[in-house]
Design a protein around this ligand. Sequence first.
Ligand code: FMN
Length: 302
Amino acid sequence: MKPSLATRIGALKLDNPVLMASGTFGYGDEITDLVSVGKLGGIITKTITLQPRPGNPPPRICEVTGGMINAIGLQNIGAERFLQEKLPALRALQVNIIVSIAGNSVEEYVRLAHQLDGVRGIAGIELNLSCPNLQKKIISQDPKLVRAIVAAVSKASRVPVIAKLSPQVTDIVAMAEIAMTAGATAVSLINTFPAMAIDIATRKPKIAFVTGGLSGPAIKPMAVRAVWEVYRALKAPIIGGGGIMTAEDAVEFLLAGASAVSVGTANFIDPGVPEKIVSGLRSYMERYGIINIKELVGSVRC
Ligand SMILES: Cc1cc2nc3c(=O)[nH]c(=O)nc-3n(C[C@H](O)[C@H](O)[C@H](O)COP(=O)(O)O)c2cc1C
């Protein structure tokens, strides 16, 4: 019997659990020559905002041991141009499209949600509440703001709403619980860790913004722990991610409690990685006689 990789995030059905993580593959329309995007569970678009943003000045990325630091600063073309210029091409890929959004206020998140509501081809909304590369505090460090944004967007939107949280909090379970009780369909765990690297020859930070977000294999064990803690406490649907480079990494996240996984930094090495993870998951299931991928979710033996 062929193993079934089908999973779901609330009402959102995915053929398999592998998603492209926001901000790590352009808008998606540029990579179609390199990747059979249709073979993935879905893509989470680059975060869009109401108005276009130029992002932070360069250098905005640097490589570090076990990963990379970025401080892109939510550079994007704005919601209107995204819908006009990018979404049609993405829609043609026949893949679940989860649109990532960010705003400066509850009102901005709601205006974005209204703008996206009912647009054909949008399967879900991911609320980026966790960007570390802006002048202000990370939103998901503020429980009141998380509650207000998630509640307002969930009300304004007919598609599943996923709250993407920062790991840079004292209690990730408490923040996830707030998001879930406010109406989120799922939580996305985790965004990057605030980090810094210094060029010892020039004594300057390697990133012009000085600090940035650390991603890649270095953060994987911390991401797995966050997923496990939230799953154990809330049994909430979780998109797990942080340092996933291989199918084995993805399995770890599923065992910890993720129903789906997102792959980010690996795309900078090879945008074909997410597709390879899908086939690697299938091989793992065959090897261990697992019929349905849902059997793996949260099945770590502690
Ligand atoms: C260059 C770069 C840009 C990113 N841009 C976004 C973004 O726009 N919105 C967002 O929610 N996350 C963004 N992220 C975070 C990723 O989506 C992902 O959550 C994080 O990098 C951890 O996963 P990874 O280790 O697989 O990369 C970005 C990450 C990188 C490396």
